[in-house]
Design a protein around this ligand. Structure first.
Ligand SMILES: [Zn+2]
Ligand SMILES: [Zn+2]
Length: 445
């Protein structure tokens, strides 16, 4: 049996190769779930490095960044929010899997066999294809997955725009594997499958020749993120594009892809990004007459309506011209710099919270999570230029100071961050007063 400390043993070479699924069974087979490294968490520096590399390449090639700061911060915010529940409990994708394995498994394939490793690679990728397809074809599942599609840009940061709700349905599609594949092997491939999908979110890579036949590539996944009619419900693959080719959902990239939701939400607020479609379902549910129709609102496609086919009518998808301009924040450059500084601080704080989670009390952990959510919400309000943004940001700064005084927060750069917060609290308090006056004169904005 391997040493449980092996969890920490992930070399730099492995950390890079894992981003492209270039791993050998012998180096990534573990007997117990506890030994499986947290590859996703260890990948954060590589996410940031590759995003910076994409920024430089995009700038050299086109003279501009591959996307807006506002959009990238919103995507990273969604990534952070989607990971927060893991501070408190093991993901449902693992919990349900272990339960089925322990109670209902039919056979136990050997955890250290390369055959088990390759079979799990195919099994997880196949499960992902069907989960992903259903996430587009079943309205209540789309309520979670739409978060990933809400960016109107397409760059590496888009990969991080993840839903907090998605795992509550995705686990179902991996459950059959628990009848014969050990949890430790499944936990490895679940992470690899997710990490592989990071690098394909880019416009920097054009076409990969013969690899396009087998692998999911940037070109194939660009089609998946498109709102052009030819892109709708196409290319659901995770790692292998063969599933789309087999099940008839493949589409090659041809005309210019316009990214995002067919009905853009035009916001940078994390709560709207995560949950706005649940509100749509709620209102449509009550506005639709008849029990079976209400049932269909939840379980048929997002475009379904009474009298329409299960997935709605493609003619109802708004046409695009290819000249659409992504939604951008109207905040000043100075405010965007402020937002970037605050986001960087909260990202460091988020990393520190995960690193220290074993030694933090549940109360401190909960307060930290609330503060992270408050900060990301405030950043969204500032980018959206909502009149209440200044009030919320002032409140956030005061909460920060209060939590520091009470000993629940310990800023990473204590003196710098503390001084910054006080300085901005004062600036924004003045701004807040101005905004409150605006609010009184125009309460509905
Ligand atoms: Zn999708
Ligand atoms: Zn994607």
């Amino acid at each position: 049996m391997k040493n449980p400390e092996a969890q920490q043993d992930v070399s730099v070479s492995q950390r890079i190769r894992v981003m492209f699924y270039v791993m050998k069974p012998s180096e990534t087979s573990f007997q117990t779930l506890e030994e499986v490294p947290d590859y996703v968490r260890k990948a954060t520096p590589f996410f940031i490095s590759l995003m910076l590399l994409e920024l430089v390449v995009g700038w050299i090639r086109k003279g501009k960044p591959p996307g807006g700061l506002d959009d990238a911060l919103t995507s990273m915010s969604a990534g952070i929010v989607s990971q927060l529940p893991r501070l408190f409990y093991r993901s449902i994708e693992l919990t349900s899997y272990v339960y089925i394995w322990e109670n209902y498994r039919l056979i136990s394939l050997p955890w250290d066999s390369p055959w088990t490793w390759y079979l799990t690679f195919l099994g997880v990728d196949f499960g992902y294809y069907w989960f992903h397809r259903m996430a587009h074809e079943v309205n209540i599942m789309w309520a979670g997955h739409q978060t990933h599609h809400s960016s109107e840009g397409y760059n590496l940061s888009t990969a991080l725009r993840q839903s907090v709700l998605q795992i509550y349905t995705s686990w179902i599609f991996y459950s059959p594997l628990a009848l014969f594949i050990p949890p430790s092997v499944y936990a490895v491939h679940l992470q690899f499958n997710l990490l592989y999908q990071f690098w394909i979110h880019t416009e920097v890579i054009d076409n990969l020749g013969p690899l396009e036949l087998i692998l999911n590539t940037p070109s194939h996944h660009r089609v998946h993120h498109g709102r052009n009619r030819y892109c709708i419900d196409k290319n659901f693959a995770g790692t292998l594009i063969i599933w789309d080719r087999i099940f008839g959902t493949f589409e090659a990239e041809n005309e210019k892809v316009v990214y995002g939701l067919t009905h853009p939400i035009n916001t940078f607020e994390p709560f709207k990004v995560q949950f706005h479609h649940l509100v749509n379902i709620w209102t449509t549910f009550w506005a639709t007459p008849g029990f079976f129709n209400k049932f269909s609102v939840i379980f048929k496609g997002p475009g379904w309506g009474p009298g329409k086919p299960r997935l709605g009518l493609i003619e109802e998808i708004p046409e695009v011209e290819g000249k659409e301009v992504p939604f951008t924040s109207s905040a000043s450059q100075l405010l965007k710099i402020y937002v970037l500084v605050q986001f960087t601080l909260i990202l460091a704080f988020y990393e520190e919270t995960f690193a220290d989670k074993a030694v933090l009390s549940q109360v401190s952990l909960l307060l930290r999570v609330c503060f992270i959510i408050l900060t990301l919400t405030s950043i969204g309000f500032l980018l959206d230029q909502r009149p209440k943004a200044a009030v919320l940001e002032t409140l956030r700064c005061l909460v920060f100071l209060g939590l520091c005084r009470a000993g629940h927060l310990k800023p990473c750069f204590s003196s710098l961050s503390f001084a910054l917060e006080i300085f901005f609290s004062i600036c924004i308090a003045f701004w807040g007063v101005r905004s409150v006056k605006q609010l009184v004169s125009d309460p509905w904005r």
